[in-house]
Structures are given as C-alpha cells and as structure tokens.
Design a protein around this ligand. Structure first.
Ligand code: FRU
Length: 522
C-alpha cells in the first residue's frame, strides 16, 4: 500500500499484529473487509469478492475486493475488482456465469461473468440516497470488470433495497434468472425474475418471520436434496439479521420450504414465529422462540453467509464474514481487520423429524497428525485435566473428538490457554442442560469493546450418548462443528502470543474419550 493511502487510513489499532493473522482464513493483506460477495466457481478457481475499504481498516469507501483459491483454503488476493466512486458505494451482491449469454456481455462459447451488486448512491448523484441493483461484467474470467452503462437495472426508490443474490431457476415454473434481495428495514426478502439480467419483474416477497429485531441482509435461496435423495428436493432461504441474532448482534438464520419459481413457502417446522418475533407481546416467549429458529451458527462471529454459484456436482458451499457488527470496527488487529469463516459445505438432513442444515468445514484431506500428548483412545477422563498438544503459532489446528460424557456432569476443553491457566477459551458440554457452551470471557484481549466478552451456547443432543466435536483453532478464531455439523459455533478470540495450551477434563464423574485426533494445517 502506498504512503499516500497509508495517510488516508483511519488506523484504530495501535500496532501491527502479525500473531493474529490466520493461516487458513482469508484476510485482506492490509485493509478492511466485510461480507463475502460474488462467490463463484469458474475455470478451476473459487472467486471470493468481498466488501472492502481499499483505503483503510475500518468500514468505508465500499468496493469489491477480490481473491481466488484452487481449494477454498489457500487464497491469493488480487487488485480491487469493482471500485466505489463519487457516485456510488459498491455494496454486497453476487456473480453468475452467464451460460447462454442471456445478457449479451459475452458469447455463448465464452460466457461473461456478471456481477449483480447494490449501488448505494451518494447524495448529489442522480439516484442519491437510494440503494438499487446494478451490473458489472467480466470477459476475462473475473480479473477485470466493467460497469454496465445503463445502471441501475432495478430500483424501488428505496433507501434500503440491497444485497441481490442471483441464481438460474430451471423448474416447473420455467427457466429464468431469479434475484433474491432485501428491503432491509422492513424485514422482507423480495424476489424478481429476468430473462437477460437487465430487466427485472417482481415475483413475490417473504417476511417478516422468525428473527426480525434487526435489518434483514444478504439473503440466499437454493435447492438441496434431502439426505442426498434426488427425488426429494427442498429449498433453503438464508436470511442474515443484524442485530437480533441468537448470540446477540449479527447472525444468520434460515428457513426450509418450497419455491415454485414465484414464491418461497416455508415449512411449518421452520417457523418459530410466523409473523416475526417482534409480534410477540411477551419477551420471555420471544426469547424462547429465538432459540427455536434455525441458525447457521450459534456463535457471535458468523455473518452474511452466502453460497457459491456454479460449483460442479451441485455442491453447496458457503462462506461467512467472521465478525459481528457489534464491535467489527474495533477488532484489535492491524494493518488488516476482519476475516472470513472457513468455507462450509451444506447438506440438508432430517433430524428428529425436522429438516436441518448440516455443515462441514472444507479442510485439506492431508493434514499433519500431531501427537495429542495423551494415550491412544479409548480412555477415561475425570477431574484431572489432560494436556493435549499445544497450538503452534502460524498454523491452524484441528481437534477431533468423540466423547461419551457418561457419569460426568460436564466435559470441558480449555483452549488457547496461558501457562498459569488464567487466560483461556472454554468449550464445555453440560449434560444436565444438554447445551454446548463457548466462553471467551477470559480468552485474552476482550477490552477493546464492551460487547466482546461473552458466553454463547447451543442446544446439542448427544447421539447414542456420544458428543462429537471438530474444533478449528486459527490464531484468533475458534470454530466448533458438533454432532457431525448439526450445531456450529464460531467465536473470535485474541489471546496473548504464548497462550497456546489445550486441555481436556471432566467434572462430576467419568467421561470416556473414544476418539481424539489433533492435526495441523499450515
Ligand atoms: C451486511 C451489509 C450489507 C451491505 C454491506 C455494506 O454486513 O450491511 O447489507 O450491502 O454490508 O458493506
């Protein structure tokens, strides 16, 4: 970054913080990022565009940054793809490969990549103060982009109409493009259709429903086979909400239902509050219903999750922004600020009679086994904590465990702990409450914002008496996938450099460890 840009950067973290730079989570090299945008697979590469401030490490000057990866794990950052200017900020949106050249921007043999993004028009410009949907296109595989000269292509004269996710619908209702966007402050998803990506007709809207205390942002709508059965497809509608998510602040909820090319109709089982939680007169009832909504993640730091388009074999893979608007601009990292979550592959499965997403982090198959520093499983664990392998600076660590809590009241992983144990992040399972809890109150630097120190928890049923955990630690994050991906918890943490110890213990009885594997990824 040039010195003139450095001078323009409103730096809020005091020093550079190389120790927090993740090994396998994407960060911009020295600038701010928020939502993943335009996730698309094309010609052997996954493209990750993202909300980016090219001139600083707090939110502002919104443009689309760009990175690519062959494997969803190792990313290469490229120059800004679509830059904001004096007329518009470039807000969130999506990219499609225009197979069939419906837009005329490419050719049938060499289809263009078309970005559908939100123009947040600046005061004084012709559409000043409104948010409307615009196009940009690339004919060189996503590396350079031209704005369409007849932008915007869809306006509602609204100040909060944004975050278009476009996909190709082929079904009983016909064959066309569908745009799913939001009227953020009305807690509504709005759907449109088009033949050419340029001219759009209104289809229907959905909402408010379930979590509606905050703005609805970054929606996504896609089909998934139920338990891999090609004859049983359901539709998943993701709606990110800020604030008002289950762990507080920003988070992602979803609905399962049907889409006929016009309307999304949620299954009754997806609706904890059909008219939205704010329609509940009783606060306790609303709080209880919030727990019944379907959540992509029960932690504090997974927002704006959307899925890739054009991935072979119909794989549905999401990435989220690993942050929360409650404190996003204050994270104690520099020169970069914010990262993405790991890519997560989604499946839809019937769990105790209701349909739920199952999420698997995309991790390399080849990982370096690290000796867990304990005897091979199975073994029992009680009140005396067992020391596991330490985290290693600069690498991500994966802990996989299968534990039968048995007579224990609580099973506890103490992660990224200091030598005297005063600093640590605690992942605990309480057999009495049946909840998995992530406690970062003593995790390290929590003082940078009053809302950061927190405890998150998620209902987690044992299966045949077993708790299965996959935990990914990566310098400043803890991602937990429990019960084969049925429950996910993601939290940022900012431990001191030498807080690397991991321990396992049980309280109030004896638990049996059936499997314990630790591996590392550079
Ligand atoms: C979500 C969001 C989007 C918007 C973008 C602006 O985090 O508020 O609704 O398009 O960020 O950066």
């Amino acid at each position: 970054m040039s010195s003139s840009l450095d001078a323009a950067r409103p730096e809020t973290a005091p020093d550079v913080t190389p120790r927090f730079r993740p090994a396998i989570h994407f960060t911009a090299s020295d600038t701010w990022l928020n939502d993943p945008n335009g996730l698309v697979f094309h010609d052997g590469f996954y493209h990750l565009f993202f909300q980016n401030n090219p001139y600083g490490n707090v939110w502002g000057n919104m443009s689309w940054g760009h990175a690519t990866s062959p494997d969803l794990i190792h990313w290469t950052e490229h120059p800004v793809a679509i830059a904001g200017d004096e007329v518009e900020d470039i807000f969130s949106g999506s990219v499609v490969v225009d197979h069939g050249n419906t837009s005329g921007f490419g050719t049938v043999d060499s289809p263009a990549l078309v970005a559908v993004y939100t123009s947040a028009f600046k005061a004084g410009s012709p559409y000043g103060g409104t948010q409307a949907q615009s196009l940009a296109y690339s004919t060189d595989g996503g590396m350079t982009w031209l704005k369409y000269d007849e932008n915007p292509v869809l306006t509602r004269n609204s100040a909060h109409f944004r975050d278009p996710k476009v996909f190709r619908y082929e079904g009983a209702g016909g064959s066309f493009w569908v745009m799913v966007a939001v009227e953020a402050q009305h807690q509504k998803v709005v759907l449109y259709r088009s033949q050419d990506l340029k001219s759009w007709d209104f289809l229907s809207d959905f909402g408010p429903a379930n979590a509606d205390a905050g703005e609805w942002e970054c929606p996504d709508l896609f089909p998934l086979e139920v338990d891999g059965d090609p004859d049983n497809t359901k539709w998943v509608l993701i709606v990110n909400v800020n604030p008002g998510a289950v762990a507080g602040g920003s988070g992602g909820q979803y609905f399962v239902g049907d889409f006929d090319g016009v309307r999304f109709v949620p299954d009754a089982g997806s609706l904890a509050a059909p008219a939205g939680l704010s329609s509940f007169p009783d606060k306790d009832a609303a709080q209880a219903a919030l727990q019944q909504c379907l959540w992509l993640d029960w932690g504090r730091d997974c927002y704006a999750s959307v899925s890739f388009s054009n991935v072979p074999a119909n794989r549905r893979i999401t990435i989220g922004w690993m942050n929360n608007w409650d404190y996003a601009n204050q994270l104690p990292t520099a020169p970069w600020r914010s990262s993405m979550t790991l890519a997560r592959e989604l499946r839809l499965s019937s769990v105790n009679g209701s349909l739920q997403l199952i999420q698997h982090p995309v991790l390399p198959d080849q990982r370096v086994e690290v000796s867990p520093a304990v005897s091979p499983a199975p073994f029992n664990v009680g009140g005396t904590a067992l020391r596991l392998a330490d985290a290693v600076p600069g690498t991500a660590q994966v802990i996989e465990a299968e534990i039968v809590p048995g007579s224990a009241e609580r099973v506890e992983f103490s992660l990224l702990g200091s030598t005297d144990g005063s600093q640590r992040t605690v992942l605990g399972y309480n057999t009495g409450s049946g909840r998995l809890t992530l406690d970062r109150r003593q995790s390290g630097d929590t003082q940078f914002h009053g809302k950061f120190a927190s405890v998150e928890s998620a209902p987690t049923a044992l299966e045949d008496g077993i708790l299965k955990l996959l935990i990914v630690l990566d310098q400043c994050s803890v991602e937990v996938f429990a019960q084969d991906g049925k429950v996910v918890l993601t939290d940022l943490v900012f431990p001191e450099a030498n807080s690397l110890q991991n321990w396992l213990s049980a309280e109030g009885g004896i638990a049996t460890v059936r499997k314990l594997a630790v591996s590392s990824i550079a």
